[in-house]
Ligand binder design. Structure first.
Ligand SMILES: C[S@@+](CC[C@H](N)C(=O)[O-])C[C@H]1O[C@@H](n2cnc3c(N)ncnc32)[C@H](O)[C@@H]1O
Length: 224
């Protein structure tokens, strides 16, 4: 049966109660892919913005390493944020329920930025604009860490062909289901690791490195 596309916040709100268990079981690298991320943050990190923070699975290890860090979390799904608030009631977490495409990341404000398993729903143009805003929002010496579902030659003979296939399929489903671009829908359109790196470099980052990978779960660190 064809996948029925669901609006993004609705998709995650409807699954928020079971998200932690199911998501960790479904992704390459499991919980390790969340816990490893804190180790890539700069040692001087005092504040962090997390784009698509969800229930905050990645925060546990962040708070272990930086107990007093201030986290700004952005997510469109209210029920995911509700779960997060319960988990980290005693921590300094400022949450904004909105799209990260609409949130003003400011100018040289954050020591670090993080996005985990969220951006594989978006295309190159959307990412390019967001990466430029992340770059601007970071202080000099700051780092952006992205952990996501990405396509590499380790898993695919031709990662670019695979990326093109997902975008074409998404376009076809949108046309068939008469969906316009006014809202964001949940459909996986992962990009190749080399396209991801290129987009980050074009956004201004001076160095972009792949720092961790288990199958399709890849972590990139981009330095300002
Ligand atoms: C797979 S979950 C990842 C949550 C968390 N970062 C983690 O790794 O467990 C993707 C999250 O991104 C959020 N999201 C997707 N598109 C978004 C957007 N445009 N703006 C803000 N949040 C978004 C979803 O609501 C969801 O909570």
């Amino acid at each position: 049966m064809e996948q029925k596309l669901e609006e993004m916040s609705e998709f995650f709100n409807n699954r928020s109660q079971v998200y932690d268990e199911r998501h960790v079981g479904a992704i390459d690298g499991g919980l390790e892919s969340k816990r490893i991320l804190a180790s890539f943050l700069p040692g001087h990190t005092q504040n962090l913005v997390d784009l698509g923070i969800g229930t905050g699975l990645e925060l546990e290890a962040v708070f272990e390493r930086f107990p007093d860090i201030e986290v700004t979390g952005i997510d469109i799904a209210e029920k995911m944020l509700r779960q997060l608030k319960e988990k980290y009631a005693d921590k300094s977490v400022i949450l904004h329920q909105c799209s990260y495409f609409d949130y003003d990341l400011g100018d040289a404000h954050y020591d670090a930025a993080l996005s985990v398993m969220s951006l594989h729903h978006y295309n190159h143009d959307e990412k390019a604009d967001l990466y430029r805003r992340i770059y601007k929002g970071l202080k000099q010496g700051g780092t952006y860490i992205e952990c996501d579902y990405m396509l590499s030659e380790h898993e695919y003979e031709n990662p670019q062909e695979q990326e093109d296939f997902y975008f074409a399929e998404y376009g076809r489903l949108k046309r068939e289901q008469r969906i316009t671009d006014e809202q964001q829908y949940h459909y996986d359109t992962p990009c190749t690791v080399s396209n991801q790196k290129q987009l980050l470099l074009e956004a201004g980052f001076s160095r972009v490195s792949e720092v961790w990978r288990i199958k399709n779960t890849v972590v990139l660190a981009a330095d300002k």
